[in-house]
Design a protein. Sequence first.
Length: 367
Amino acid sequence: MKIGIPKEIKNHEYRVGLTPPSVAELSTAGHEVIVQTEAGIGIDFSDSDYVEAGARIVANAADVFAQADMIVKVKEPQAQEIAMLEPRHLLFTYLHLAPDPEQAKGLMASGATCIAYETVTARDGSLPLLKPMSEVAGRMSVQVGAHYLEKEQGGRGVLLGGVPGVAPARVAILGGGVSGVNAAQMAVGMRADVTIYDISNARLAELDMFFGSQIKTAYASKAAIAAAVSKAHLVIGAVLVPGAAAPKLVTREMLKTMKRGSVLVDIAIDQGGCFETSHATTHDNPVFVEEGIIHYCVANMPGAVARTSAFALNNATLPFALKLANLGAVAAMKADPHLANGLNVSGGKIRHQAVVEALGLPFEATG
């Protein structure tokens, strides 16, 4: 199969769909890999690194799309990329269609087969291609939260871990999944006062066993969240409903109870955000203030640590990319129902139930 790697064009996106080690794996398996010049330059991979791995370099994205059968990306395709998609193409990338009807319509009109990293599943029901970026975003959320709590950044002037004689910052983490656990690991390491909120009692029990006395756990009722928000210095939104828009857990009214200069970090912003006052921001202009509260809502947080993120993502996506290249999309999805769960769009139709429900579009299953 001919596999194309265009350079990412979303604001401050330096990751790349396939790293040179991944290209080498695909080349060794007998596939041709076509890479846009300087696709990996943002994370210090040169064209010569790709050539040594067995790739062929082309001048622009149009050449990649024209020559490749499968397009492997990181972020959702932008309008000019969607315009280059054809019915023969297989697109393998993050899509996050639930809050993005325009992208959904564009992909439907293209006729391409689009498999979304974020809805591919594992045997235990987890999301293996979302996990590495959830790990990165979770760990980053505490880092950026601590930064924006600094007075010079407009924050309250609170040190996350406190010092002897001065209490640490209170951190409320909404959601005990992969992002939430990784956020908690960092916050605990910085000696913050950490509470994780979740609606699964079984998950809370697991977290209690995992962290022991280092954290507190609480059931995520509306009343508990409202109380947590009023006391917290840092609130991290780490909720996920696979493929669907994130629920709005923190309202504007709740913000009015918070201390000025407190910080909200919305990891769920890719899926529409879990704070009522959230709207997507970029690394160029990452924060805004509502009701005196700093909001960090960068839609591609892992792009800030792009080299780590690219390797972590490739570790997870490569086995699926190999399967798709070796068998073709139809046979690969037939052989692997977990990969088939990644199918979001094909033949001009939305094929994922959660995306359909979020967008209010008609659902048609394949076959």
